[in-house]
Ligand binder design. Structure first.
Ligand code: DX5
Ligand code: ZN
Length: 240
């Protein structure tokens, strides 16, 4: 088991909220991290983009390393890059606790996931909205999480794509019927109105950037509103 331990991923302790720094005020990153940590975020989600797999460019290991020094929260590194296997070690050295690689960007997915596990961190596999969930069916034993994109990766502030809901349900059924300790993380366009549907479908980690850092009520209030919305939906679903 990797640094975070099995319980972190089973969903038994409720839905986790991951604050994505993509919408943070990066000129005050230290303060923004402090605000979400004090506001009750469970994870810091870091979107790494290479200008090839996705049109945008963002952060590399040096930024992850600076974030590592500024928060105690686990770091959830979402690699939206081609050939992610070339950079795993740098991100682990920088302080990642979870690393997601895209199925569309990993030719030898099984090998890459094993390599992440061997480096002592949690391997996760990410899926674009158009990618069928069956693409990860035979690697579910290898991962601690599946990251289901609910927007096309590249930017924060986009609109949630509801067509991905059956995909979350399919994954939830697979994971439950096979008794696997695998989290379902959802990412993109999530706010208090879109969270209920993803949690009802089976999501256990919710990523949010603009709903947290762009909220007029401030990050702490935003996080508790997201958590409330998630809790209500989870209760409806029988306490997942
Ligand atoms: C999109 C990123 C997301 C993004 C979410 O490519 O993977 O993590 O930061 O942003 P919001 O929550 O604003 O849709
Ligand atoms: Zn992301």
């Amino acid at each position: 088991m990797s640094r975070l331990g099995r319980d972190f991923f089973t969903g038994s302790s409720g839905v986790r909220i991951a604050a994505s720094i993509l919408a943070a005020d990066l000129s005050r990153l230290g303060e923004e991290l402090k605000a979400v940590e004090e506001g009750g975020a469970d994870l810091i989600h870091i979107d790494v983009m290479d200008g090839r797999f996705v049109p945008n460019l963002t952060f590399g290991p040096v930024v992850v390393e600076a974030i590592r020094r500024s928060t105690r929260l686990p770091l959830d590194v979402h690699l939206m890059i081609v050939e992610p296997e070339r950079h795993l070690e740098s991100f682990v050295r920088a302080g990642a606790d979870m690393i997601s690689v895209h199925v569309e960007a990993s030719l030898h997915l099984h090998r890459t996931l094993r390599a992440i596990r061997a480096l002592g961190v949690s391997p996760c596999v990410a899926l674009n909205p158009a990618t069928p969930p069956q693409m990860v069916e035979w690697v579910l034993e290898e991962v601690d999480g599946v990251l289901v994109m609910t927007v096309n990766p590249g930017f924060s502030g986009q609109e949630f794509i509801p067509q991905v809901l059956p995909k979350i349900r399919w994954l939830q059924e697979q994971i439950a019927s096979r008794g696997l300790p695998v989290a379902i993380e959802v990412d993109g366009g999530l706010n208090d109105s879109t969270i209920p549907a993803v949690v009802e479908a089976g999501a256990t980690i919710v990523v949010a950037a603009s709903a947290i850092f762009g909220s007029p009520h401030g990050p702490a209030r935003a996080i508790s509103r997201l958590r409330e919305a998630a809790l209500m939906a989870a209760r409806k679903e029988g306490g997942r």
